[in-house]
Ligand binder design. Structure first.
Ligand SMILES: CC(C)(COP(=O)(O)OP(=O)(O)OC[C@H]1O[C@@H](n2cnc3c(N)ncnc32)[C@H](O)[C@@H]1OP(=O)(O)O)[C@@H](O)C(=O)NCCC(=O)NCCS
Length: 169
């Protein structure tokens, strides 16, 4: 699996990736029933400057146009960014999410952003475990109306995570 910066031409493939995901994966990412990404949404996600907003995608080495996962960030104020991840169901549990998260951390750290925040639905154990095993300082907020806020501090000196049990390459 190749992890690369998203490109403006990726919109159609990003829509395909989203459509292949199960309703649960789509719901965990968008907190709503969302069987399809609209063309406008996909274009918004793909047209980024990689400074105020950016994304990396997981694609096939042999077919780099195809997309199987995405890690996104939106710069907030004061050195913070909001992040979100999605990996297609067939590829979950193989280390792709961890590689996307690490790539998001690398990009945002290079921009001087040291606090990554986001929200997960209560019961989203894969994402919670991914954060907790990232090797960085993670705080999880109280669950409020089924949603849990998280904060990941990627301050210098905090080590790169211990490799997971998978080695998706
Ligand atoms: C969360 C998500 C991105 C993780 O991606 P992934 O490629 O499956 O994650 P990885 O294979 O890299 O696993 C990383 C760690 O997450 C945890 N994890 C992954 N799948 C898990 C599962 N089914 N149950 C519990 N923990 C799990 C493990 O700690 C794992 O580390 P390990 O393999 O070393 O034990 C993916 O499950 C997903 O797309 N979910 C739907 C969208 C979503 O929830 N997004 C988050 C909100 S924005």
């Amino acid at each position: 699996m190749l992890i690369r910066a998203i490109e403006s031409s990726d919109a159609a493939k990003l829509r395909d990736c989203h459509a292949r995901c199960s309703p649960e994966t789509q719901y965990r990412r968008f907190f709503m029933h969302k069987p399809h990404l609209s063309t406008r949404e996909a274009e918004y996600f793909c047209n980024v400057d990689m400074r105020s907003r950016g994304a990396v995608v997981a694609s096939d080495r042999g077919s780099p146009g195809d997309i199987h996962g995405i890690g996104q960030w939106d710069r907030l104020k004061r050195g913070m960014a909001e992040i979100a991840l999605l990996v297609e169901d067939d590829l979950q549990g193989l280390g792709v999410g961890r590689r996307l998260l690490n790539a998001v951390i690398d990009h945002t750290r290079a921009l001087g952003l040291r606090q990554l925040t986001g929200s997960i639905l209560a019961g989203n154990d894969p994402m919670r475990r991914l954060l907790e095993t990232s090797g960085y300082t993670v705080s999880m907020g109280e669950i409020d109306s089924g949603v849990q806020f998280f904060s990941l501090l990627t301050v210098r000196g905090e080590g790169r995570p211990v490799p997971g049990r998978h080695a998706a390459s």
